[in-house]
Each structure stands twice: as C-alpha cells, then as structure tokens.
Design a binder for this molecule. Structure first.
Ligand code: PEP
Length: 247
C-alpha cells in the first residue's frame, strides 16, 4: 500500500511574509488530510519552513541540489546542507532545470544518487515535450530519462519518488487525461519492475502538470498515480489542501 504524497513545488515564488501566511493555512488543515504533505521551497526559505513545520506532519524539501558533495562550487547547495535544514525531499531533474539549465539525464542521475547518499529522498522528474508526444516518443523519452537514474540506484530503488510531468502540461492549464497519465505511470512502474519487482510496488509515482482541485480526484483515482507534484496550485493553501483531500 503506497501512501499518496502531495508535494508542492513553489518554484521561485514566496516572501517571508507570504510564506508565513501560506504555511499557517496549510498547517491549520493538515490534520484533516490522510495523504502525506510536503512543500519544496526556494532554498533561502528552508530555515523559515523548518521552524514553522518542524514537529508537524507536513514535510519539506528543496527544488534542486548540487551533484557534488562539497567544495569549490560557487552558488551550489549540497545535500548535506539540505539535511541540516531538516529536508526530507529534493526535486531533481525538473523540466525547468533540464531546459533552462541544460541538465542532462546523467547529471540528474548523479544528483539523485547524491540525495540518496545523504539520507534524503529524491523526487525525480521525467516527462516529454508536446513535440515528442506528437511523434509518439513519450515512452522512449521517459525510458531514456529514467535509465541512468535506475542504473545508479542499485538496492535503493524503493527509496526514490518519481514524478511524471509532461512538459506540455506544466503551468499551461492543460492536463494529461487520467488515462493518458495512467498509461505512462504504468510504463514507469514496469521499468522499475524490470530492475526489482518488489521495490517497483513501493515506489510512489506522482503526476505533475496543472493538477488542480477540479481534476485531482480523477487523476489520483488511477491505480499507478500515487500523488501529485503541484506547482501553481501549491501557492494557494485551499487549492493545495483540496488536492490533498482528493488523494
Ligand atoms: C511543476 O512545476 O512541477 C508543476 C507541476 O507545475 P504546475 O502544477 O503549475 O503545472
């Protein structure tokens, strides 16, 4: 039995004041939610989030991490530093990092490995562009993105979270239909099962891409959709909680 995870990706949004209001509202209703809740926030706010959410059932995490352990990497943030701030999760390979920062599948795999090696859980994002979907290349793209990650996982496969995020659905208001998403999620689980059948049943595969209160229930009812990675709607506490309640 996989506990659904509803994780917010705040992206580069927030301020100390706005975060305080948002976190207070999330905390206010978190007890009514049976899904696991998490927020992945900009790194400068991790201290604030740790002090507000510490001791609550809501977990928190970061949106990226360095592939290196430590050293002369100006501007980078290490997994060990994220652990210092009580993070549970780290998003790696978000499509915005892949496309705006040129992150390769191999770099994403190194980051995921670094996260795991430091006792944190990577949320590894994969997903195709509209052009790739129209070419019928969705499975091939997702398989290519995931392969180096799975190669480095070894026995730690069950400790990861995967987020299937079709690029054409992120921030666009277009959502994959539940059936379209389920098809890819099932394919991802089959890929995992090729490596380790037991772990494949434990790994949570989240859907991300314009998930909102009005489409969450149908998406989350699919057998291989184990939660959501929520962008825009995670900045509004009532939307975020409504999605969580649908899980
Ligand atoms: C995301 O950025 O991970 C995401 C899913 O965004 P949105 O929900 O806004 O489409």
């Amino acid at each position: 039995m996989r506990t659904p995870l509803i994780a917010g990706n705040w992206k580069m949004n927030g301020s100390l004041a706005a975060n305080a209001t948002l976190l207070a509202s999330i905390l206010g209703d978190a007890a009514a939610v049976s899904a696991e809740l998490a927020v992945c926030v900009p790194a400068p706010y991790l201290g604030q989030v740790q002090s507000v959410l510490g001791g609550s059932p809501v977990r928190w995490g970061a949106q990226d991490v360095s592939a290196h352990e430590r050293g002369a990497f100006t501007g980078e943030i290490s997994a060990q530093m994220l652990l210092d701030f009580g993070c549970s999760y780290v998003i790696v390979g978000h499509s915005e990092r892949r496309s705006y920062h040129g992150e390769s599948d191999e770099l994403v795999a190194q980051k995921a490995q670094r996260v795991l090696a430091n006792g944190l859980t990577p949320i590894v994002c994969v997903g195709e562009t509209l052009e790739q979907r129209e070419q019928g290349a969705t499975d091939a793209v997702v398989s290519r993105q995931l392969a180096p990650v799975l190669d480095t996982m070894g026995t730690q496969l069950a400790s990861m979270v995967i987020a299937y995020e079709p690029v054409w659905a992120i921030g666009t208001g277009k959502t994959a239909t539940p059936e379209m998403a389920q098809q890819v999620h099932a394919r991802i689980r089959a890929m995992l099962a090729e490596r380790d059948a037991e772990s494949a049943q434990q790994v949570r595969v989240l859907y991300g891409g314009s998930m909102k209160p009005d489409n969450a229930k149908d998406l989350l009812a699919m057998p291989d959709i184990d939660g959501g990675l929520i962008g825009g709607a995670s900045l509004n506490a009532s939307d975020f909680l409504a999605i969580a309640q649908a899980a």
